[in-house]
Design a protein around this ligand. Structure first.
Ligand SMILES: [Zn+2]
Length: 244
């Protein structure tokens, strides 16, 4: 039996770069498939990875457009191509009102308070608020079996948040690293150095960097994250699959 997987649908920070896509991921366990964040470009890439009918739910971290607007394309697909059941969408308060499909029966919206827990199929989802401005939820997925494991996702956050709020010893941590230390303190995002340091403090096993601005050097972000973390670090890439 294959293990739990994370598939990257898009990993560009704040806007999609040339040929890229903004934030979006597929989280797959033994019997559950969840689309986590639906940034621009990710629904196109999702359809190369799975039949959207297989989705058990969509989880949206916050209302910034680079994290959710492709839910609109998905809703159009659901209307036109058809899906028998409404798709559950877990999102912070206020996001539903921004969607053209906030009252459409193709989507079943659930407000995610913070902290809170939800169970989607065989995944236990624990949500905590980050340091980012609009209500933003980081999430930890725990697979309840038969394959076990834990996957954390920071969503977007500044440094006044900590991975430990999701738990310590997370197997695979998908953490934003938007820029290098040169920009620390200017925005509510993390540098590679800050992401690496935060992951080390939380005793993460493996660190996966995402949400880098297309204008920022991938190798510089990776180098400072690796130096601060002291363990395995990789940069997320579209279509890449990671076991967790
Ligand atoms: Zn973002």
């Amino acid at each position: 039996m294959p293990g739990n997987q994370l598939v990257v649908l898009g990993c560009d920070g704040s806007y999609p770069g040339p040929g890229g896509a903004a934030s979006g991921y597929l989280v797959r366990s033994a019997s559950t498939l969840v689309w986590v964040d639906a940034g621009p470009g990710t629904f196109a890439n999702l359809q190369r990875q799975c039949d959207p009918r297989q989705l058990d739910a969509v989880v949206l971290s916050h209302e910034h457009p680079d994290h959710w607007t492709d839910i609109e394309s998905f809703a159009v697909w659901a209307r036109q191509v058809g899906r028998q059941q409404p798709t559950p969408v877990y999102a912070p308060r206020g996001l539903r009102e921004r969607s053209y499909f906030g009252k459409d029966p193709v989507l079943a919206w659930h407000v995610v308070e913070s902290p809170s827990e939800a169970q989607i199929g065989d995944l236990r989802c624990s949500f905590v608020a980050t340091d980012h401005g609009p209500p933003t939820n980081a999430v930890c997925f725990e697979a309840l079996g038969p394959t076990t494991g834990s996957l954390g996702y920071s969503a977007d956050t500044g440094p006044d948040w900590a991975i430990e709020q999701l738990g310590t010893g997370i197997g695979l941590m998908l953490c934003e690293a938007t820029y290098t230390r040169v920009d620390e303190g200017r925005y509510r995002h993390l540098s590679g150095r800050q992401a690496g340091s935060m992951a080390a403090t939380a005793a993460v096993s493996r660190l996966l960097l995402t949400h880098r601005w297309p204008s920022v050097s991938a190798s510089e972000v990776l180098a400072e994250a690796a130096a601060a973390f002291g363990g395995p670090v990789v940069q997320a890439a579209i279509d890449a699959t990671y076991e967790w």
